[in-house]
Design a binder for this molecule. Structure first.
Ligand code: NOJ
Ligand code: CA
Length: 704
């Protein structure tokens, strides 16, 4: 087995080529094509010595000439009087393995163009722009080389632009507003975008799909996009309390500015460009990072029936946690999250976090006994550090807090930064508290510090109210998931709650960045005060496949799962780690069908969701192995099901299928469908489903 693995690895790596080549110097422009020739990128310095780039797709303009450069706080701006000093090209084709993910092997196949610019003026400052051009997108970043005339770099703003050539529809949430990322997505013409977070998703009039985002956001401030005029967008760096948005010492590199580009929405999701532009794993052996499903003391607080604070409704009691541990053990969940276990929740913790202790439990929560009890049952507690956005208080206690978890065998922590945007409290170099953005340079530094400290203790991190995902899970595989969009909690208390189209928007916007801890699976379909969740039960199941995360919560209360044992079986069965992923169809904000192959068996899982429209979609099962007999257990919206009607109407059936079948997927308004396709009928499927005869094909089955 080991030998076979070695052979596969050698074959994959033998495809590598790193043939750097100096192409030309003292030219005024440079260009490069993607490996298959689909995309072409050009860079030029114009008459004023301003560097600009453009992108064409299949010979058609996609991004018109767009500016590059910087405004600095204490030196002339870096944007004109440049000449090209050196142009280098190289081809890159390697394949690497993800420790966990949507697919096991990822191909990094692109052409690199490296253009060194130098000012013609006395200072002779240097700036390098590096492009990586894939057939499904472009990444570029700036490198600040070590140089005598520019050492401390204080960046006020980036001048990077994206001038989209064709008229387009945009799906976006506002950037730099009072909330962080928890908005409903707007669909507008691109010409109506104001200032947006990334990923910003576009569909041009001719049907090209583009998602603008960034990769490897390290020690830098996040990029928002502001529409300057027409279809021209400009980078805006999330500000800092201390003046420049970014302060760095040269040499350093900026994050990659990325454009994923495809002819369809599924093509956007299938792109691995963001991961490919991140550095390889820096942590070495990460076999201690375990993908897992979890339950937890959580939904009750959002419903208002329990409290994080101490008192008669305190959720995190020893007895209640034991109940969750027993439930997790019985239903094979590895994790039990417990929120409200530690001192500090009693006052006004929102945007304050002053009182939090990350080492002291409330007296009615025996953390030592519970960690031991969990271990005995084969379950792991999942830690929780809510900071109220106060990273000054948290950073002081971080080492001790993580040491406590490591000692107790708690190997994953959910962190939280509940404060409005701009409400992160950080200790400045002047010894005073400064208010920072959730996605500024200070937060970027803090978040990586937490991830690195956790990694040293073999602890995985899932941050809520996070800085956006830019693919750093590749470099730090213990950074397993995060929030960063409206999750399930909005269905408890959100005003308005998440509408049926929300998740169909997420797949082609937020999820392009990386995993999300959405916390699906509320089978009761009931929020706070009895409010109806705008979904069907079948859609709740489908979300486990559609919204990827290597950690997935079964968010509902155990007593609710007891009421719905048949659909709950899917939540028990569905894996969280995949060897392959295919998006079978989809349109941004309308519907999507995703098939994923379990990393630990030959089984496939399919998730399908729709917005408020009922639909019948078709999906070929041609991804299944030739000649193999499979059994599909289908969890489908039942008679009369809809997001505002009977959400609990569900049909569950098991039937034989093969790669020659095409499924007809009937979806109720706001509904979905979840399918488990297994080679082993005995091992899986609903506990109570009768074994169908493989020869009999019941007429009501939706297979052609
Ligand atoms: C917001 C998080 O998204 C939620 O999951 C958590 O329960 C609360 N903060 C409290 O930490
Ligand atoms: Ca949240």
């Amino acid at each position: 087995m080991k030998l076979r693995f070695l052979f596969v690895t050698l074959c994959l790596w033998s495809a590598q080529s790193a043939n750097a080549q100096v192409v030309y110097s003292h030219a005024s422009n440079a260009s490069i094509r993607s490996p298959g020739g689909t995309l072409a990128v050009a860079l030029r310095v114009n008459g004023e010595g301003r560097p600009e780039y453009s992108i064409a797709r299949n010979g058609q303009p996609l991004v018109n000439w767009s500016r590059l450069g910087f405004i600095l706080a204490d030196a002339p701006k870096l944007e004109r009087n440049f000449e090209l000093e050196r142009i280098e090209q190289k081809a890159i084709d390697d394949t690497w393995e993800q420790p966990w993910g949507e697919r096991r092997y990822v191909r990094n196949h692109c052409a690199e163009l490296r253009v060194s610019l130098r000012e013609k003026t006395a200072a002779r400052r240097q700036l390098t722009v590096v492009f990586r051009v894939f057939d499904d997108g472009v990444g570029f970043r700036y490198e600040f080389p070590e140089q005598p005339t520019l050492s401390q770099v204080n960046i006020v703003q980036e001048l990077t632009e994206f001038d989209i050539a064709e008229s387009a529809t945009a799906w976006w949430i506002p950037g730099g507003e009072w909330n962080r990322y928890e908005y409903l997505y707007q669909k507008t013409p691109l010409t109506e975008v104001a200032q947006a977070h990334t990923p910003l998703t576009l569909k041009t009039a001719s049907g090209v799909h583009i998602a603008i985002h960034e990769a490897a956001l390290v020690d830098y401030s996040a990029m928002w996009l502001r529409r300057v005029s027409g279809q021209r967008l400009k980078a805006v760096l999330s500000p800092s309390s201390s003046g420049p948005a970014v302060s760095r010492k040269a040499p350093f590199v900026t994050p990659w500015r990325t454009l994923q580009i495809a002819s369809s929405a599924p093509g956007l999701y299938m792109s691995d460009l963001i991961l490919n532009l991140n550095e390889p794993n820096k942590l070495g052996d990460v076999s201690w990072v375990k993908p897992f499903k979890y339950v937890g003391i959580w939904w009750g607080m959002h419903l208002g029936t329990k409290t994080w604070a101490s008192g008669p409704k305190h959720g995190a009691t020893t007895a209640e946690t034991k109940r969750y541990i027993d439930f997790a053990a019985q239903h094979h969940f590895r994790g039990v999250l417990v929120e409200g276990w530690n001192k500090g929740w009693d006052g006004d913790w929102f945007a304050s976090g002053q009182d939090f202790s990350f080492t002291e439990a409330y007296p009615d929560f025996d953390i030592v006994a519970l960690a031991a009890y969990a271990k005995k049952k084969g379950v792991h507690l999942v830690g929780h550090h809510e900071t109220g956005g106060n990273i000054a208080v948290y950073e002081k206690q971080l080492g001790a807090a993580l040491d406590l978890y490591a000692k107790l065998g708690i190997d994953a922590v959910k962190t939280g930064y509940v404060a409005d945007a701009g409400g992160i409290q950080a200790m400045g170099a002047d010894g005073r508290i400064h208010f920072e953005w959730h996605d500024g340079q200070i937060r970027a530094r803090h978040q990586l510090h937490v991830v690195e400290e956790a990694a040293r203790r073999h602890i995985a991190v899932n941050d809520h109210e996070p800085i956006k995902d830019t693919g750093l899970r590749r470099t730090y595989p213990n950074w397993v998931s995060r929030e960063g969009a409206r999750g399930m909690e909005y269905n408890a208390w959100g005003d308005p709650p998440n509408p049926p189209e929300h998740e169909t928007n997420l797949v082609f916007t937020r999820m392009l960045a990386g995993p999300m801890d959405f916390t699906p699976g509320v089978l009761s379909l009931t929020g706070a005060g009895g409010k109806r969740i705008q979904s069907t039960v079948a859609k709740q199941l489908a979300l486990y496949v559609v919204l990827y995360s290597p950690i997935q919560m079964a968010a509902d209360l155990p007593e609710n799962y007891a009421k719905y044992p048949k659909p709950f079986q899917f939540i028990e069965d569905v894996p969280v780690d995949w060897s392959d992923t295919r998006v079978l169809n989809g349109e941004v904000g309308d519907y999507v069908t995703i098939a994923r192959k379990d990393r630990n068996s030959d089984d496939w899982y399919v998730g399908v969701i729709t917005d408020e429209q009922p639909r019948t979609l078709r999906a070929s099962l041609d991804f299944l192995d030739e000649g193999k007999r499979y059994y599909a257990t289908i969890y489908r919206d039942g008679q009369g099901a809809s997001f505002d009607g009977d959400g609990h109407s569900i049909e569950i059936e098991t039937r034989p299928v093969s790669r020659n079948d095409t499924l007809q997927l009937k979806l109720a308004p706001g509904g979905g469908q979840a399918i488990q396709i297994s080679t082993d009928l005995g091992r899986r499927g609903p506990r109570s489903s009768p074994k169908p005869s493989p020869k009999k094909k019941p007429p009501e089955f939706d297979v052609e």
